[in-house]
Design a protein around this ligand. Sequence first.
Ligand SMILES: C[S@@+](CC[C@H](N)C(=O)[O-])C[C@H]1O[C@@H](n2cnc3c(N)ncnc32)[C@H](O)[C@@H]1O
Length: 209
Amino acid sequence: MRLRKKKWASPLIKEYTGVFVLENAMLEKEIKINQINALEIGAGKGGFIVGMAKKHKNVNFYGIEQNQSAFALCLKKLINEEEQLSNVKIIRSDVNDVIELIKDESIDTIYLNFSDPWPKSRHHKRRLTYPLMLDKYKRILKKEGKIFFKTDNELLFNDSIEYFKEKEWHFINVDYDYQLDKDDVMTEYEEKFRSMGNKIYRLIVSKER
Ligand SMILES: C[S@@+](CC[C@H](N)C(=O)[O-])C[C@H]1O[C@@H](n2cnc3c(N)ncnc32)[C@H](O)[C@@H]1O
């Protein structure tokens, strides 16, 4: 996804810091272990996180997105919601620069939606499901914590299954033709791929059995 740079992005992000936008350093204090917390990595334009926050008011949603233009569009979505959502916060960062600031065993669910596939072998280590990342997710997930992973990329999906196996995650569901669950929300990429007739793959794993 190539998004044109938006002149209004930076001042808007500044204006909403502390409201919808969290600076990296705020994350550690913000996430309360005794609450239900979900993290979306690579939140893009925010359709998923905003939709999920509306559906699941008892859950605190945290969205991490590194691309400023996508992030700013996500922020706009939050601002334009009729009712102000108090259960969504977004962080503009590469997940690798911020994940260390998240407390051990503080997250209930991690969502990875249509993560970049990085098809070339020399780039596989950049994948958000790469084994090194799975160790980082294990640390921040609560004992019963889960990862939900959706993609239309068969190669990434099959490789990711191998990564999860290698790191001994417990498989809850592997779906090669996923139809949207009623408590799920379609992402912007998902909408595009479904309209093209692509199959959607979905994996649910948990940290412990
Ligand atoms: C293919 S898009 C999917 C966007 C959205 N999840 C969807 O399904 O519509 C992948 C998104 O992940 C973001 N991303 C990729 N690697 C990231 C990283 N290491 N940290 C934070 N965001 C990342 C990209 O900037 C991009 O917006």
